[in-house]
Design a protein around this ligand. Structure first.
Ligand SMILES: Cc1cc2nc3c(=O)[nH]c(=O)nc-3n(C[C@H](O)[C@H](O)[C@H](O)COP(=O)(O)OP(=O)(O)OC[C@H]3O[C@@H](n4cnc5c(N)ncnc54)[C@H](O)[C@@H]3O)c2cc1C
Length: 324
């Protein structure tokens, strides 16, 4: 690494300038898989962790759909294993957050809270954040009955009663998926009509396991070690009632963590980074992996796969420039 000094860090020290072949922004499944592949390609990748070491999956109690773990694996443990494996082959993990990027020329300049990176290639694996209800009980009971992913957690709710929050396409799609497992679903929606497309609405309304609580919001999720009930408020009358439930699925949208790339990388209408099957962006040498560029699959295994693919592309890119 080249070390120079520039600007000032948060501690008022000049920021160290570091030259790297591969910089990976994000320490979720996509980021650590990219790091593993780039490290095994002898590129000494640096991973910036951001605030969420291990990514979204580290928030969940158990992951049962990541191959290789027939008994399931703790979300945090899986994140730690990803990190350990990448570090074993030489990936360097920095507990730091990217605050701005200049992708106008190579090496790219990435300014973080503590340093300035000059990167020959960049892999963006900043993920996305599901919108939260921000009500008491939601955070404590995440992974213990509160979920943001039907594909991940539906299996745990066989013959249970669950609540789904939301009124858009994903709320209805995920509800219809959940009908494979659950006994009943109450879709809680703050308005008196849905935003979802007409065909999905028709299918959901025809499904005997699904009923609707209109003009209703959740004000609290109740339970000690697991979800036991919710407080529901009728937004028209103001009445609050308690309803027993085994689970709360929240599908009110995702925010991709792509703001720092605005104006430099192409984004779609929902702020996901545009990419192709080769994980390339509109800027040669900048690749995207995982949920930052994927509004479709949103899984650990798919994000990890994209991380591996992005790193392989970065290796090929550097080889083509004779820099690998
Ligand atoms: C509660 C919950 C449970 C889930 N359960 C499952 C499950 O059982 N099975 C399954 O397959 N999927 C599950 N998922 C989905 C899965 O976690 C995601 O699909 C996956 O984590 C996406 O990986 P990613 O690496 O693309 O992004 P993320 O996991 O979102 O990681 C993004 C990373 O980028 C970092 N970052 C963001 N901005 C910056 C920045 N400016 N600078 C530096 N770093 C930055 C963050 O700190 C984080 O480390 C679950 C999701 C949630 C929320």
């Amino acid at each position: 690494m080249d070390l120079k000094f520039n600007e000032m860090s948060m501690s008022n020290q000049p920021k160290e300038e570091k030259h790297v072949k591969v910089l990976i922004i994000g320490s979720g499944p996509a980021g650590f898989s990219a790091a593993l592949y780039a490290a095994r390609g002898n590129l000494d990748p640096v991973v910036l962790t951001g605030n969420e070491l291990g990514g979204q999956v580290s928030l969940t109690y158990t992951v049962e759909n990541y191959p290789g773990f027939p008994e399931g694996v703790g979300g945090q443990e899986l994140g730690e294993l990803f990190q350990k494996q990448a570090e074993k082959f030489g990936a360097i993990v920095e507990f730091d957050t990217a605050i701005s990027v200049d992708l106008s020329q190579r090496p790219f300049t990435i300014t973080t809270e503590n340093a300035i990176y000059k990167a020959e290639t960049l892999i963006v694996a900043t993920g996305a954040t599901p919108f939260h209800l921000d009500v008491p009980g939601e955070v404590n009971l995440t992974g213990k009955g509160v979920s943001y992913c039907a594909t991940c957690d539906g299996w745990f709710f066989k013959e249970k009663d669950v609540i789904v929050v939301g009124g858009g396409d994903s709320a209805l799609e995920e509800s219809l998926f959940l009908t494979r497992y659950v006994k009943s679903i109450t879709i809680v929606h703050r308005r008196d009509e849905l935003r979802a497309g007409a065909i999905l609405q028709k299918r959901a309304k025809a499904e005997p396991k699904i009923k609707f609580a209109w003009n209703t919001v959740i004000t609290e999720v109740l339970g000690n070690d697991k979800v036991e009930a919710v407080l529901l408020k009728d937004v028209v009358t103001g009445n609050i009632r308690k309803e027993k439930t085994d689970g709360v699925f929240i599908f009110i949208g995702h925010q991709p963590n792509t703001q720092i790339f605005l104006g430099q990388l192409e984004l779609d209408d929902h702020s996901y980074l545009k990419t192709n099957a080769l994980m390339q962006t509109n800027i040669p040498g900048v690749f995207v992996a995982g949920e930052a560029g994927d509004s479709n699959y949103r899984q650990v295994v798919t994000s990890a796969g994209m991380g591996a693919a992005a790193a392989m592309q970065a290796i090929r890119f550097l080889e083509a420039q004779n820099e690998g």
